[in-house]
Write a protein that binds this ligand. Structure first.
Ligand code: HEC
Ligand code: HEC
Ligand code: HEC
Ligand code: HEC
Length: 369
């Protein structure tokens, strides 16, 4: 009789017990819901323990007051109002009060303004904020297939902070040693934007800035030599999918029937919304965030010197619909649910600190979706 068998079995049992009762590890209480037909494996599992914290962190703040739309327009009342000129004086003040709460509650108006000259553009944050107003208007008007009537405000991303908590940029950390090790294609390191897996590190640059094809599936049972995607491409798609799932706090089954990841006919409708979301994030990064590069100082850029960019988590912050689908737009219709002038200033000639009126003359058209 093999004597080692009972020993190995009891050692194994002890290890298993230790891993459950040991320090720092406990099984989260998981709630499971069935999303599709029986037998199709369509289940959604959620971690019940994290839910209270998520609920508390995703509450939409109320507007400071209800704005009166009548009276002289901001363009007549002030000197340098280039985007919000159509608001009434009261609407303009209400919006300034709100963006202060949304973006710089501690620093106040002076985060963007020189209090001795409110019309001046000398603080770079004001220049960025004006472009952010245009971006928010574009999201709400041009990207309804994604944001619907719910829309977004600055708060959706900023949550009371100058730099939103969930952003991404290029990362090459840890730096390779050089020579033959210098090109690892972002593989086999911790991919912070892909759920801390070891999937490709910079997948978001390829899909949410570049437009690399995401589809990798073959549509025939046997190889025909026509599908250029291999394991490497598939892993990159997977990295994006993990980013999307983590950002929304959902499982793959929220958007796919996992017996056929490629098949749109078997996919839940959320997948179509997500498809528009990918296009939208790319549009925002290419047309707004990258364009602002010359305006942002070095300490507001990533380790490789590129501007911080928008991913799914920037708005979603861990929940399936940002702020659980509560819309803040009704109090800010004229400010961010319609489009004002969409000219782009020539940021390449931007000189920090200098008072200059941007916009108008050096405008180049924005690429619209
Ligand atoms: C996050 C940046 C930001 C904060 C904070 C902010 N503003 Fe502004 N403010 C702007 C931008 C951008 C404009 C120009 C809007 C445009 O061009 O349509 C502006 C313009 C103004 C103007 C018009 C000045 C002129 O003559 O052209 C006034 C007045 C003003 N803000 C008041 C305030 C007050 C009061 C506060 C604090 C309660 C405040 N702002 C907080 C970004 C900000
Ligand atoms: C879709 C997400 C999103 C929305 C909506 C958004 N922002 Fe931003 N904003 C960003 C990101 C990302 C950055 C960080 C860029 C960086 O630091 O490189 C940023 C940076 C800024 C900054 C610069 C902060 C600093 O100190 O460097 C200001 C000011 C700002 N936003 C104002 C606004 C205002 C005002 C609105 C609403 C009109 C708004 N943003 C809406 C994503 C957003
Ligand atoms: C929020 C919705 C969403 C979630 C969650 C999601 N996906 Fe996707 N997935 C999509 C969309 C949209 C596409 C198609 C993108 C395109 O065609 O441009 C896609 C494409 C794919 C593809 C390529 C299909 C093809 O035709 O080649 C694979 C594989 C895939 N997803 C796997 C996953 C896995 C694995 C997970 C879970 C880790 C996941 N997805 C989670 C929305 C989602
Ligand atoms: C600019 C902010 C913003 C960004 C960035 C963003 N979303 Fe959304 N998303 C929203 C809003 C707002 C809604 C709610 C729309 C509604 O009420 O129907 C939404 C809804 C969705 C839904 C539908 C949820 C449901 O249950 O119907 C999916 C899926 C989704 N987003 C996926 C994504 C993915 C994937 C990305 C990144 C590629 C992304 N989103 C990026 C703002 C954003």
């Amino acid at each position: 009789m093999k004597l080692w068998l009972p020993f190995a079995a009891s050692a194994g049992a002890l290890l298993a017990v230790a891993s459950f009762v040991g320090a720092g590890w406990d099984a989260p209480p998981v709630a499971t819901e069935q999303l599709g037909f029986r037998g199709t494996g369509m289940y959604h599992h959620r971690d019940v323990e994290t839910e209270a914290a998520l609920k508390a962190a995703n509450v939409a703040p109320p507007a400071p007051w209800e704005a009166d739309p009548s009276g002289d327009k901001a363009s007549a009342l002030y000197q340098n109002v280039q985007v919000l000129g159509n608001l009434s004086g009261d609407q303009f003040n209400q919006f300034m009060a709100s963006i202060t709460e949304w973006v710089a509650p501690e620093a106040g108006c002076n985060y963007c303004h020189n209090p001795d000259n409110m019309a001046s553009d000398e603080i770079y944050q004001k220049v960025v904020a004006r472009r952010m107003i245009q971006m928010t208007q574009s999201i709400n008007v041009d990207w309804k297939p994604h944001v619907a009537e719910t829309g977004v405000t600055c708060y959706t991303c900023h949550r009371g902070k100058g730099v939103p908590a969930q952003v991404w940029s290029t990362t090459l950390d840890p730096k390779p040693a050089g020579n033959m090790t210098s090109n690892r294609s972002g593989q086999n390191v911790v991919a912070v934007n892909a759920g801390k897996t070891s999937l490709p590190q910079n997948a978001l640059s390829d899909y949410l800035l570049g437009d690399k094809p995401i589809r990798v599936h073959s549509t025939t049972a046997l190889p025909t030599g026509k599908n250029p995607a291999g394991t490497k491409e598939t892993e990159e798609t997977w990295a994006l999918m993990v980013h999307m799932s983590e950002s929304l706090g959902v499982n793959c089954t929220t958007c796919h029937n996992t017996r056929a990841f490629n098949d749109w006919d078997q996919s839940p409708p959320q997948r179509v919304t997500a498809w528009h979301g990918i296009k939208m994030a790319r549009h925002l990064n290419v047309n707004y965030m990258e364009g602002l590069s010359p305006v942002f100082p070095a300490n507001r850029k990533g380790p490789e010197g590129d501007v911080l960019k928008i991913g799914c988590a920037t708005c979603h912050n861990g929940v399936q619909k940002p702020l659980y689908g509560v819309s803040m737009l009704k109090d800010y219709i004229d400010a961010v649910a319609v489009k004002g002038p969409s000219d782009v200033p020539n940021f390449s000639t931007y000189i920090p600190g200098k008072t200059e009126v941007l916009g108008g003359s050096a405008a180049t058209p924005v690429t619209q979706p």
